[in-house]
Design a protein around this ligand. Structure first.
Ligand code: SF4
Length: 399
């Protein structure tokens, strides 16, 4: 009998019209991504039509808007539990006053991207791959966004991608085999505009692999149209990394959008950010990764939250991530377990962080432990390995 506790959000459900149920909106409009974008919640007034805000939230909406805008699609907004001030969806998208204070260790560019840009908008940090920032806009804005210095257009810095220079850089650097489109959210581009960029990259012989990083299937599943899927599948191998943090985000609409992408032959991975009060417990993460596999998405990375300015109220101790991985490894399918990483502050790149499974190591053996805490010895190969089928070795042995 399976006694594993079930998370309340382990099922796929639809939030439906939710807060908009009494508005006279045609179904075609509700299902149209342009309508969803046009009707985003992006002011205090609209927010207070639906929710009673805490003092921290109210001040946050008023004071943090010059750093990162607030904008939430109706589709995603409907996941908010209005009776729960600690709702994990609410914590991700509604600003609080805590965003206006910074710890001394926090930075505006915690991953050192700006110092690794050979061309505006192109981050080249690893030898064989680049990050290509297409846009500074997203369907909704995450309060912990590592790129909040440029995303949303509200802050002082602005993303000024030089597309022509970026294409030339990629054409001239034959060691680059992997291009990751990100932003902002690349899937906010119109199909034709996005296709122009993808086809230009696909025409470069040495670029083997194209990836798109996007939260659109979660914030705006209506955008994953059959037309978009038909366009993307012309450019394989093309992979997509989505971004979900809590099982509640995986609704029936999101599942269908992810299935449309998977049916187009696009391998899907998920990146989560570990956030205090959102997903910092094993049961929530286990439910999330199980739901992701049901959506045909492989959990890929679990990020320790970057040291972004004004994020201390959302960051967890590093030990929390290790505890979560420990609670997954061995307790569920290997495919369900993301790699925990810290993006090294200042631009060192992703560093994998793991629970310690090697208890002792010397030239003769490894002492390891399994997920139940039982220890085992793995002997190293001895130096004098004799191949019994080797005639020279056999002769030596006879002599
Ligand atoms: S969707 Fe991505 S880029 Fe946009 S605000 Fe969220 S984390 Fe930042």
């Amino acid at each position: 009998m399976d006694n594993t506790p079930k998370h309340p959000d382990s099922n796929f459900t639809s939030p439906g019209r939710g807060f908009w149920q009494n508005d006279n909106i045609k179904q075609d409009d509700w299902d149209n991504f342009r309508w969803q974008l046009k009707n985003r919640v992006n002011s205090l007034n609209e927010l207070e039509k639906h929710l009673s805000l805490s003092m921290d939230e109210r001040s946050g909406v008023l004071l943090s808007g010059d750093k990162l805008a607030m904008s939430i699609t109706p589709q995603f907004f409907n996941l908010i539990d209005k009776n729960n001030p600690d709702c994990p969806i609410r914590r991700q998208v509604i600003p609080t006053i805590h965003e206006t204070s910074s710890d001394p260790d926090e930075m505006s560019d915690p991953c050192g991207e700006d110092s690794h840009m050979p061309v505006p908008g192109l981050v080249h940090r690893y030898p064989d791959r680049v990050l290509f920032l297409l846009t500074d806009r997203c369907a909704s804005y995450c309060r912990y966004c590592t790129r909040s210095r440029v995303v949303s257009g509200a802050g002082e810095a602005h993303l000024q991608t030089d597309f022509e220079q970026a294409f030339q850089y990629l054409e001239n650097n034959k060691n680059i085999r992997d291009v990751l489109f990100s932003g902002g959210d690349p899937l906010l581009y119109a199909d034709s505009k996005l296709e122009k960029i993808i086809s230009r990259i696909r025409a470069i012989d040495h670029i083997e692999f194209i990836r798109i990083g996007t939260r659109i299937p979660i914030f705006l599943p209506q955008r994953i149209t059959p037309q978009l899927c038909d366009m993307l599948k012309k450019y394989h191998p093309l992979w997509i990394s989505v971004h979900t943090n809590h099982p509640k985000e995986l609704t029936t609409e999101v599942k269908s959008a992810l299935e449309r992408l998977a049916d187009s032959g696009i391998p899907l991975g998920n990146q989560s950010v570990l956030l205090k009060g959102v997903n910092d417990d094993v049961l929530t993460m286990r439910t999330l990764v199980h739901k992701l596999l049901q959506c045909r998405v492989r959990p890929y990375y679990l990020y320790q939250c970057d040291l972004i300015e004004g994020s201390s109220h959302l960051r967890t101790p590093a030990a929390k991530g290790i505890e979560i991985i420990e609670g997954l490894r061995g307790h569920t399918s290997g495919y369900a377990i993301p790699q925990l990483v810290i993006d090294a502050p200042g631009g060192g790149g992703k560093v994998p962080i793991n629970p310690e499974y090697v208890l002792e190591k010397n030239s003769k053996q490894l002492v390891i432990r399994n997920y139940e805490g039982k220890s085992f010895v793995y002997p190293e190969p001895t130096k004098a390995v004799i191949n019994p089928l080797d005639p020279a070795a056999l002769m030596g042995k006879e002599n």
